[in-house]
Design a protein around this ligand. Structure first.
Ligand code: ADP
Length: 364
């Protein structure tokens, strides 16, 4: 049970490419932290550096206030769960979970106690005598998690633990991991995924990475509602936020956003004082757009070029002349709207996002 602190951490592999640039992160004891980001952004490298499987090029890593850069993995008090499960195929579930304690010369009674406790927590008690090959993917991953639990580590590290499971098992195992966190509130857990749904549903705080940098750290809804920049805005949420170029104009207290000469919206967004006119980006989530009856009620109008009916929702792909890009509107349920129809779209002022040219989000 521990805090984890990274200060100016960098990683350069032998090919001299800086894959992690200057990572500063404070993880508190008991937090469930998810590293998320597109493939190649450096999240596995970061996790492996915390585990000790990968060397830290520069900067410091502290676990529980102690600098552990040069401490071998086995002595860091961490346990890692891999996407491949990494179970011993010839050992029973019981022995797979007991193994690390047995080699640490823990007494037989204590091993038995810890294994049975973990099996109970993970609903594996009925499978203790089975070999891994006689288990489903989800059960195998639970054994891998059980093997981590029995060691009672200070920090749990999960490297894409659900990515080998099919869709239904992913959901079930995701819920089990959430339950596990509930039942071990003091344990620090760091979890890597490229899946934003896993990040949103499991994390106390998300660390969103891209290109070796941290783009934003925050609670899932914080990232959804107040993305720090266009990258975060587009990564969190599905379909992605519509982001189009715009011009901001300020007159007194009022801020106007022009998407083209014909489209002007008033927003409650605060721009830098004294700014008269400035290029920026306007963002609106598909689910925050509402189809309205007339042009006067809306702020965007266009022709529907594609309709996707998902059952619980309908996605309208609308070609809006004032925006260069296609705008997606997500409406609940099914709609009578067809390809080629003209639609008008409205939203609430507080649902609008503005980003400056350096891609920083404006304050609301
Ligand atoms: P992610 O987990 O976000 O997909 P990784 O941490 O695996 O990303 O990789 C980050 C970057 O580092 C990628 O560009 C990858 O090609 C590179 N990389 C990873 N491992 C090595 C290695 N052992 N040697 C050289 N480059 C590596």
């Amino acid at each position: 049970m521990a805090d984890v602190k990274l200060t100016h951490v960098k990683k350069i592999y032998s090919n001299q490419v800086e894959v992690l640039k200057d990572i500063n992160l404070d993880i508190k004891q008991g937090e469930f932290i998810v590293f998320v980001g597109p493939s190649g952004c450096g999240k596995s490298t970061l996790l492996r550096m915390i585990s000790g499987l990968e060397e830290i090029t520069s900067g410091t890593l502290e676990i529980d206030g102690q600098v552990v850069n040069d401490i071998p993995p086995a002595l860091r008090g961490i346990a890692m769960v891999f996407q491949s499960y990494a179970l011993y195929p010839h050992m029973s579930v019981y022995d797979n979970m007991a193994f690390s304690l047995q080699i640490a010369k823990v007494s037989k009674e204590e091993v038995d106690l810890q294994v049975r406790k973990a099996a109970d927590l993970l609903q594996l008690t009925d499978y203790l005598d089975r070999l891994p090959k006689a288990l489903s993917g989800g059960q195998r991953q639970r054994v891998a998690i059980g093997r981590a639990i029995v060691r009672r580590p200070k920090v749990f590290l999960f490297d894409e633990p659900l990515s080998n499971l099919d869709a239904a098992l992913r959901v079930a195992t995701r819920m089990e991991i959430a339950n596990l966190k509930e039942s071990m509130p003091d344990s620090t857990m760091i979890y890597v995924t490229h899946d934003q749904v896993e990040a949103m549903t499991l994390a106390d705080r998300i660390v969103l990475l891209s290109g070796g940098n941290i783009e934003q750290v925050g609670a899932p809804l914080d990232l959804y509602e107040h993305p720090a920049n266009v990258f975060v805005a587009k990564f969190i949420g599905s379909p992605a936020m519509n982001v189009v170029p715009c011009k901001i104009e300020k007159a007194g207290e009022q801020t106007s956003v022009s998407l083209s000469s014909s489209t002007i919206v008033n927003t409650p967004i605060v721009t830098d004082a004294g700014e008269q006119s400035k290029q920026a980006f306007f963002g609106i989530r598909p689910e925050d757009l509402v189809v309205v009856d007339s042009e006067e009620q809306g702020f965007l109008s266009g022709k529907v070029s594609f309709v996707e009916s998902l059952g619980e929702a309908t996605l309208l792909y609308v070609q809006v002349p004032s925006c260069d890009e296609m705008v997606i509107a997500k409406q609940a349920g099914t709609l009578a709207i067809k390809r080629g129809d003209s639609v008008h779209l409205s939203t609430l002022p507080e649902k609008m996002h503005l980003f400056d040219n350096n891609e920083l989000s404006y304050r609301r």
